[in-house]
Write a protein that binds this ligand. Structure first.
Ligand code: SF4
Ligand code: SF4
Length: 274
């Protein structure tokens, strides 16, 4: 008889707490949007962070909250974007594929060195020491920091220690753009076939003193372009890709071969082609 009373009390308490917990869980439960898992399962799972979110799950949540758009993920294919748009109930827009383009052609055969660098083989570290060992302070240092940060293996270093971008593998995530201490990459529509391969802001003679393929701002390209898509700014030729329609007159007239043409998805300058 003595044992029955504590058992009864514990049973009643258990029941009361059970009911309270059930009520609390219903009151404070957080509803999970059923679209979250569906969208997450369609994302690549690369967790590269290039969309600016903490991984693919963070990106899926941001899409549902409406704080970013599908095109912020550079890795998803067009077809998958369409499927995600359908899940979200929003209109799907076709994105033009872009790829990273390097604006320097001063490999180790064409640019002089100003000193021997013996520090860490990393462009950011080397750049801290007198802007790197290359005599051109604007050009590629060549230690391949861009290739190391690319999450998609889209960059390889050439025998001249210049990065070569594989257009098919590049997702235009922009990691190389952010990592290069010289700011040598830009993301360009893959439909464009001409690019300036120089970033030097020096005057012509100073460019020629250190590099055999740099832009000397002679304005021949500017004069030759019938649609005014290329102009000289701060001693450097710059292509306006909203105007460029691939006529290539600039490539033909450039005396220093600092403009490159894209053929079969790879860039070459006249300096390489001759
Ligand atoms: S492009 Fe920039 S990051 Fe890449 S090797 Fe050259 S200097 Fe280094
Ligand atoms: S890091 Fe550069 S090369 Fe690699 S995928 Fe991103 S944009 Fe393309």
């Amino acid at each position: 008889m003595n044992i029955l009373i504590p058992v009864l009390i514990v049973t009643i308490l258990g029941l009361v707490f059970g009911i309270l917990l059930a009520l609390a869980s219903r009151r404070f439960c957080v509803e999970v949007d059923p679209r979250l898992d569906k969208i997450y399962s369609k994302l690549p799972g690369a967790n590269c962070g290039a969309c600016g979110m903490p991984g693919c799950m963070g990106f899926a949540e941001a899409l549902i909250q409406g704080t970013c758009t599908i095109d912020r993920c550079a890795v998803t294919e067009q077809e998958v974007r369409k499927e995600i748009a359908e899940i979200l109930g929003v209109e799907h827009t076709v994105k033009i594929k872009r790829a990273a383009v390097l604006h320097c052609h001063g490999g180790n055969k064409r640019v002089k060195n100003k000193f021997d660098y013996v520090g860490i083989q990393d462009c950011i570290s080397a750049n801290i020491v007198m802007s790197g060992p290359k005599a051109c302070v604007y050009g590629c240092i060549g230690y391949g920091t861009c290739a190391k940060v690319c999450p998609f293996g889209a960059i390889e270093m050439s025998t001249e220690d210049l990065p070569v971008v594989n257009e098919d593998k590049c997702t235009a995530c922009g990691k190389c753009v952010a990592a290069c201490p010289k700011g040598l990459f830009s993301l360009v529509s893959v439909s464009k076939n001409f690019a300036v391969r120089c970033k030097s802001l020096d005057m012509g003679k100073k460019v020629m003193d250190v590099c055999s393929v740099g832009c000397i701002a002679c304005r021949k390209c500017e004069k030759a372009c019938p649609v005014k898509a290329i102009r000289i700014e701060n001693n450097l030729s710059i292509i306006d890709y909203s105007l460029c329609d691939n006529r290539g007159q600039c490539f033909k007239v450039c005396p220093t071969k600092s403009i490159a043409i894209k053929e079969n998805k790879s860039w070459r300058t006249k300096a390489q082609g001759e």
